[in-house]
Design a protein around this ligand. Structure first.
Ligand SMILES: Cc1c2[nH]c(c1CCC(=O)O)Cc1[nH]c(c(CCC(=O)O)c1C)Cc1[nH]c(c(CCC(=O)O)c1C)Cc1[nH]c(c(C)c1CCC(=O)O)C2
Length: 286
């Protein structure tokens, strides 16, 4: 492993080049560990994020998907009917053993020098992919289901909440110190709809927080969360990831002092000159 990493940093081909399929990279323990450790080896950050994707648990409910170059994730049989729901199995964590094994190895590799970060999608955001069949710009099918098939959607979201709770426990038991939950597309809902269709299912996950170790930190990130801040304070999480459209000071005032804040950097800064990026990061540390 040490030898492999030295080779990569010496400019030889990276796993992304050697193993072009995303599924292969994200389902092979050695590759997950190698890719996750790249930033650690280069920068020695305070935290190491497992290389994975929010859609990985789909494999464990037997919802087949692939990641295509241009289209991104593609779900072979989207679920939109009561019949379709029957295809959804309880989560089988053995099918995600590569995630657990990778977390265990990462924890050993970094020792006490950094936190290990695990992550997963929120029920609403995962449901979008299962219902729409992939990436969408309009969310038309799932948003119309809120009105035309509310019972069906509630059954799907509850199933996902329970499965994700199991997945959180699994990641924590395998060594994750932090769990970040991505409700990436929560901000696509009007605030009252987010309260009805996303929030309760996020809370359902943490209602099983007793299963978690008390020292595990939970972070919630919602893309476009500016208008949702007052509704997310009581989701039971420790930290809110503020997106870059919210002023950090304003976000802090609106959230109050009882909750942590993080994030806030527009990812586009990664393509700016280094001093500009450094200044932007220092702005947040004050
Ligand atoms: C393209 C895509 C995938 N999966 C997904 C997409 C987005 C499609 C859309 O816009 O709807 C879905 C997804 N995956 C992830 C999120 C949440 C984060 C976010 O809001 O961007 C979302 C919404 C986590 C992730 N997904 C990924 C990371 C990075 C993990 C890491 O580097 O440690 C995260 C946090 C990795 C990922 N996942 C995928 C690719 C191609 C990659 C890049 C890595 C590679 O090709 O080797 C497949």
């Amino acid at each position: 492993m040490e030898k492999e990493r030295k080779k990569s940093s010496a400019g030889e081909r990276l796993p992304e080049e050697k193993y072009p399929s995303f599924r292969e990279r994200s389902e092979t323990t050695d590759l997950i560990v190698e890719i996750s450790l790249h930033p650690w080896n280069a920068f020695r950050p305070d935290g190491v994020n497992i290389f994975s994707d929010i859609l990985m648990p789909l494999l464990a409910f037997r919802v087949e998907f692939d990641v295509e170059d241009v289209r991104g994730p593609v779900i072979q049989s989207p679920i939109r009917t009561k019949e379709g729901l029957k295809a959804l199995h309880p989560i089988d964590l053995e099918k995600l053993s590569f995630v657990g094994d990778s977390l265990k190895i990462l924890r050993k590799e970094v020792g006490v020098d950094a936190a290990i970060l695990g992550f997963m999608g929120a029920p609403w955001t995962i449901a979008i992919y299962i219902v729409e069949g992939g990436t969408t710009r309009t969310y038309t099918t799932i948003k119309s289901m809120c009105h035309t098939a509310p019972h069906l959607l509630r059954t799907l979201l509850s199933h996902l909440a329970q499965a994700i709770a199991d997945y959180v426990v699994f990641q924590v038991e395998s060594g994750a110190h932090y769990i970040q939950i991505f409700d990436s597309w929560g901000g696509e809902l009007p605030p009252d709809m987010w309260k009805r269709w996303s929030k309760p299912y996020i809370k359902e996950i943490w209602s099983r927080k007793d299963v978690l170790k008390p020292e595990t930190l939970i972070v919630l990130y919602i893309n476009g969360n500016g208008s949702l801040l007052k509704h997310i304070k009581d989701t039971g999480v420790d930290v809110i990831g503020l997106d870059w459209t919210v002023d950090m000071g304003d976000g802090r005032r609106r959230l109050g002092s009882g909750i942590g804040v993080q994030g806030n950097v527009d990812p586009a800064y990664l393509f700016s000159p280094l001093p500009t990026l450094t200044e932007e990061i220092q702005r947040l540390a004050i």
